[in-house]
Design a protein around this ligand. Structure first.
Ligand SMILES: Nc1ncnc2c1ncn2[C@@H]1O[C@H](COP(=O)(O)OP(=O)(O)OP(=O)(O)O)[C@@H](O)[C@H]1O
Ligand SMILES: [Mg+2]
Length: 594
């Protein structure tokens, strides 16, 4: 035994990636190498107390999750063991307990003939969901929907025929069932169950990828407006120590337009996980009004838990996401942090005596990162429904240096980058998104999408252009200030600085802890941006008419204050009132000029 790596002898006909129980305590392990008569096993928990000569039992199946009702609201480790405790979280040794509750009864309603639209919470109505009707038939294909149980108030848990199972239904019943009771039978006599197993390392099959752009709305203005992503897209959040990765990931899990949130917490602090847990149990979900735990699952491997299960946690999170995607839901997967996950891989790789690559990470690491992000996407599932998995991975490079291997490998696969900045975080400007390095490859797609909704985003392109230009100009002007001071600046430059300050403070800054501003509806983001664009035009017109920036800001102090505090308004009418005042001011200058 070398740490979590165990060498075994005499396992016959075992296969790579098969799951085994190790020792009297049934520690969970996975076969990672087979060399003749010798089998090398990676154990997913602490091996202390394990002795030479203890038995090993081969389960003859790969690391899999038990997928069925009872998943929502769970907090599990990378191999689907329930975490115990409330303050200090821990897992019991070995495979004690069940991945899903076995006594609980679920009311199953067969509904494979008539599939309705998925609707939860009225805010979801912002984006209408596509569902395709399935014709009545008794022959089932893999992945088809058999019916549902109302797992939580917010979510119907659709029961899927296992992806690789075909058959003809002999009978299927409505009624109350536990997870181990058959809900019906196939004509071949086999039972139809509420659950099935799926291997975490194998992507779940689907019919085809779907190109049908819909924005993945985050409720964070800086992201939705400047660096938006699509449903089924990928984004990475690199950020140094304490820059706000965890808060941002959790805010996205809570507020994004996804129906289901899967939070993968790898290697982060145990108390943080306990906090999220407590919050998610209490917090009334902004989208459904029910506790957040009703539509989320947390997979946790804290820094004090064994590293090997951390390695599995990322795949487990993805598998859960794909499972709900296959029911037709939009799922968001957050991973915090993929750097800690890569460190777990490195540790295991060293113990397996593999040849190390860059910075000691295994040479196959980039491929694994790729495989993770490539499982994101919007698909037409085997169930005939359209579902999506959006992936947002935090990266915590040592010393905040983004040239580290994990940031660089991730950059190859993530289509958007939301970079967090130490300086902005220090100024308590949150979310601390850095404008120099952040980008999104989905911009054109999203702009084209909003073109179709003029009342929500009619002027989006233009407002965004203006606001980005102000921020860029500000950067240049700041460079001059650093070189030769503020005295030499022209009035238009001072005006730009003042406008940029308004944009940063009044628009981009958004506290995750504010009741009103924690989530910003897309229409409000747009209304605010338009108002800021007009405010800037007003400032420049006034300067052109000979006023100084200082004069304008002193004279119209109360208006600027109102512009700066638009984010605190819930009623959009109040924002358009402010905009009308600004518009009047602007108009007055325009008339004067004419
Ligand atoms: N969006 C936000 N709104 C308000 N405060 C924030 C926000 N983001 C971060 N903060 C503040 O910054 C602190 C650190 O944030 P967080 O724990 O998310 O950083 P991190 O990048 O995950 O740190 P670590 O590197 O230790 O994992 C928070 O406790 C909070 O006070
Ligand atoms: Mg963190």
């Amino acid at each position: 035994m070398i740490g979590p790596v165990v060498h075994a002898e005499g396992l016959k006909r075992s296969k790579k990636n098969s799951i085994v129980y190790v020792g009297e305590d049934k520690l969970i392990g996975e076969i990672v190498q087979i060399q003749g008569n010798k089998t090398i096993i990676q154990v997913y928990e602490k091996t202390s107390g394990l002795g030479i000569g203890e038995p090993i039992q081969d389960l003859n199946r790969p690391l899999s999750l038990k997928l069925g009702p009872g998943l929502l609201g769970n907090i599990i480790d990378g191999v689907q063991r329930q975490l115990k405790g409330s303050g200090y979280l821990f897992i019991e040794k070995g495979m004690s307990g069940n991945p899903l509750p076995i006594k609980k009864q679920w009311h199953f309603i067969p509904e494979y003939e008539n599939i309705k639209e998925i609707e939860i919470g009225e805010k979801f109505a912002e984006l209408k969901y596509n569902t395709i009707e399935v014709k009545s038939k008794d022959k089932l294909n893999g992945g088809e929907i058999l019916g549902y149980v109302q797992e939580t108030d917010a979510i119907k848990h659709y029961i899927l025929n296992p992806p690789n199972r075909q058959g003809v239904i002999k009978e299927i019943n409505e009624g109350k069932f536990t997870i181990e009771d058959p809900i019906g039978h196939y004509t071949d006599g086999n039972p139809i169950m509420l659950y099935h197993y799926w291997s975490v390392r194998i992507p779940r099959p689907f019919q085809q990828r779907v190109i049908d752009t819909q924005p993945f709305i985050t409720g964070q203005r800086v992201l939705d407006f400047l660096y938006p992503i699509i449903d089924g897209g990928t984004a990475m959040i690199p950020g140094g120590f304490g820059t706000g990765k965890t808060i941002l990931e959790q805010t996205l899990a809570k507020f994004s337009s996804a129906h289901i949130a899967i939070l993968t917490l790898c290697g982060e602090r145990g108390n943080e996980i306990a906090d999220v847990l407590a919050e998610f149990k209490q917090l009334n979900d902004p989208l459904t009004g029910k506790p957040m735990s009703e539509r989320s699952i947390i997979i946790a491997n804290t820094s004090n838990m064994p590293v090997a299960a951390r390695e599995a946690s990322i795949y487990s999170g993805m598998t859960l996401a794909e499972y709900f995607r296959d029911m037709g839901y939009k799922v968001a997967v957050t991973a915090d942090s993929t750097s800690r996950w890569a460190e777990a891989l490195r540790e295991v790789s060293v113990r397996l005596e593999e040849v190390p690559g860059e910075k000691g990470y295994p040479s196959y690491l980039p491929k694994l990162i790729g495989r993770f992000y490539e499982r994101a996407g919007k698909v037409k599932a085997q169930s005939n429904r359209i579902g999506s998995v959006t992936v947002i991975g935090a990266v915590s490079p040592p010393g905040g240096d983004f040239s580290d291997p994990i940031s660089q490998y991730t950059l190859r696969y993530a289509n958007a980058l939301w970079g967090l900045d130490v300086n902005l975080a220090r100024q308590r400007h949150y979310p601390a998104i850095n404008f120099e390095i952040s980008f999104t490859q989905y911009l054109n797609e999203i702009l084209a999408y909003w073109d179709k909704y003029p009342d929500i985003g009619g002027n989006w392109r233009e407002s965004r252009k203006v606001i980005v230009k102000i921020l860029k100009d500000e950067e240049e002007i700041e460079k001059i200030v650093r070189l030769i001071g503020k005295d030499t600046l022209t009035e238009p430059q001072l005006g730009t600085l003042a406008a940029a300050e308004l944009i940063r403070d009044g628009f981009l800054r958004q506290s995750a802890f504010s009741d009103i501003d924690g989530y910003c509806p897309i229409k409000k983001t747009y209304e605010m941006a338009l108002t800021l664009q007009m405010t800037y035009e007003w400032i420049t017109s006034a300067i052109r008419s000979g006023h100084t920036t200082k004069e304008i800001f002193e004279k119209e102090k109360s208006i600027f204050e109102r512009v700066n505090r638009m984010k605190e308004l819930e009623n959009l009418k109040q924002i358009s009132e402010i905009r009308n005042i600004v518009a009047e001011k602007l108009e007055a200058y325009r008339k004067r000029k004419a």
